[in-house]
Ligand binder design. Structure first.
Ligand SMILES: *Cc1c(COP(=O)(O)O)cnc(C)c1O
Length: 568
């Protein structure tokens, strides 16, 4: 039963069966004309529903892709059932807990560290708190300070961090939900929105909101698009079309807000969203289409110009995810790099997400969602006129918000200014170009291939001959934290200010690791063995998972991983 209820398609099927059975009974004898006509009408509606679905499926995906999808679906479902068989489930669960123990060993501090699971009886002296904080800061970690981490810390400079800390101190208690109590925070939020709007060439009448991060910006934009579709076009079953490379926040929005998500392929060699597939998938329920500028996996900018054209032609909105591009993309041309249209100058673009906490160098917990008009923005507002607590008004999902982070963002933006961001763009994108050029020439070129044409700060590469995840694991062994990608297997490097300072060292280590992997491969070939040695973390996770038809085991592992994070 759990299999059926947990599976929407099967659930729907059983409902259809129930209906059919009702009809069978109705029509079996000599039906009353009234009953018969109701039966016929329902039959007509139901079959029209299924015919329309079949038509949209065939138009959107074509017959071959539809059969492939069906095959994949059946394979996954059967494999899912297989995993639920008692003896298999038992084995899986033992394996999973074994792996999780290893994860815990890595993540949780060793036994010398004192654990606190209850409030201290009496509050600590200030010195004690401070000394404990120092100890916490000194916990062993991957060295982002030395530029060893791809992404994560985008600036990290001492002066900027000091400015942010000081600003936080000044506005520590501020909450923009009380604009009369904290007028400065209201002013700063409005100004941040206005400054970012102008960076993205927003027209008169445009608007925006500060959020807690890229995910909230994206959730808000998707929710606003859904509400707009409902209010202006009466759409009850909203749909959204996204590239497979789009950030998971869009699928999360689909999950939270009941928006059906269609994914389109981003085929080689450009790895950009297949715009013709987008056009085919649009129907009367489409609330939003999405493009990334650039996407996270490959740092590739989708064809926003064409997506905008498609959006206009079909009267749907286009959201541009510029969370990662943030303050780099708007400065590309001024810094002398190649660029492409991505902002409100394209008339189909209705909303943009931009992370001030990425290349805007604001403290973490800061992003902006921009809308072409304030009317569009109002669809994300939440207003409760009848509450006993009084009229409740909030611009988005959050209630109280940290005013100190808005102040930190404002201070960071003002201290950088156009000159600061331009210079950062030169350094960061310059470094990414250097890495890309190196990967496209000797000694790398024979072994690895750069994915698509990266325009901004992320460079991704795959390999036809080597196990690229083994390369990632070997780099981890040398203290580098690069990101492992899947479909296709790849590594990506997101260049940040700290990374840009050590890019030569990075390339040198990478060259050595690649040479080592080539040598290992040669050795195995000579010995005629297939043995790959003990797999590293990425190889173990993606290698094994990639070979299975369903990700059920991975999801179990990931669940356990999240639980592990909350172990004290
Ligand atoms: C980082 C990122 C986001 C949002 O992520 P948050 O972690 O919620 O800030 C969205 N899209 C892309 C392409 C990103 O790189």
């Amino acid at each position: 039963m759990s299999l059926i209820s947990s599976n929407p398609a099967l659930g729907a099927l059983t409902r259809e069966w129930q209906l059919l059975m009702v009809y069978a009974f109705t029509f079996a004898g000599k039906p009353h004309p009234f009953l018969a006509s109701i039966g016929c009408a329902t039959c007509f509606i139901v079959s029209r529903y299924w015919l329309r679905r079949a038509y949209l499926q065939l138009r959107g995906r074509g017959p071959i892709k539809s059969i492939q999808q069906l095959y994949e679906y059946v394979r996954k479902t059967l494999y899912g059932w297989f995993l639920e068989l008692p003896f298999v489930a038992q084995k899986v669960s033992t394996e999973v807990s074994g792996s999780l123990e290893k994860v815990a060993e890595k993540l949780l501090p060793s036994c010398e560290v004192q654990r606190y699971t209850k409030l201290p009886q009496t509050g600590w002296e200030l010195e004690r708190v401070e000394s404990e904080i120092d100890k916490l800061a000194a916990m062993e970690h991957v060295r982002w300070e030395d530029g060893r981490v791809s992404g994560a810390v985008y600036h990290g400079g001492r002066d900027l961090t000091e400015l942010q800390t000081k600003t936080y101190g000044v506005f520590a208690v501020a909450n923009p939900i009380h604009p009369d109590v904290f007028p400065a925070v209201r002013k700063m939020e409005a100004e941040i929105v206005s400054m970012v709007l102008s960076l993205f060439n927003a027209p008169d009448g445009s608007a925006g909101v500060c959020t807690s991060g890229g995910t909230e910006s994206i959730l808000s934009a998707c929710f606003a698009a859904r509400e707009r579709a409902r209010m202006e076009r009466g759409i009850r079953k909203p749909e959204m079309i996204i590239p497979v490379t789009a950030h998971p926040a869009f699928r999360k929005a689909g999950h939270y807000f009941n928006i059906k998500v269609h994914e389109v392929e981003c085929p080689a060699p450009t790895y950009r969203a297949d715009t013709r597939a987008v056009a085919r998938l649009i129907n009367s329920n489409t609330a939003l289409i999405v493009g990334s500028a650039p996407n996270f996996p490959h740092g590739v900018v989708d064809n926003i110009t064409e997506l905008s054209r498609i959006a206009l032609r079909n009267r749907v909105g286009l959201h541009v995810d510029c969370c990662l591009g943030s303050f780099l993309l708007p400065f590309l041309s001024q810094a002398g790099f190649e660029t492409e249209p991505f902002d409100f100058r394209l008339p189909g673009v209705v909303s943009i997400s931009c992370d001030t906490h990425k290349y805007g160098f604001a403290p973490k917990g800061s992003s902006v969602v921009l809308y072409r008009s304030s009317k569009l923005r109002s669809y994300q507002y939440y207003i409760e006129p009848d509450w006993c607590g009084g009229l409740y008004v909030s611009p988005g999902m959050m209630g109280s918000r940290p005013g100190a982070l808005i102040a930190g963002c404002w201070a960071s933006m003002m201290s950088q200014g156009q000159s600061g961001y331009l210079e950062a763009c030169r350094q960061i994108v310059g470094s990414a170009k250097k890495i890309e050029t190196a990967l496209r020439s000797k000694p790398f070129a024979t072994h690895v291939q750069v994915i698509g044409k990266p325009l901004v700060s992320v460079v991704a590469f795959t390999s036809k001959s080597l196990n690229i995840w083994a390369v990632a694991d070997e780099m981890s062994g040398r203290g580098w934290h690069l990101n492992a990608m899947q479909n296709p297997p790849a590594i990506h490097i997101a260049v940040t200010m700290p990374v840009a300072k050590v890019d030569d060292q990075l390339l040198q280590d990478l060259a050595e690791v690649v040479q080592e992997e080539v040598a290992k491969l040669e050795k195995r070939r000579l010995e005629g063995s297939k043995e790959e040695g003990t797999p590293g973390d990425s190889v173990a996770l993606y290698g094994v998972a990639g070979s299975l038809p369903s990700k059920g085991v991975v999801v179990k592992l990931a669940n356990g991983y999240l639980d592990t994070l909350y172990r004290t």
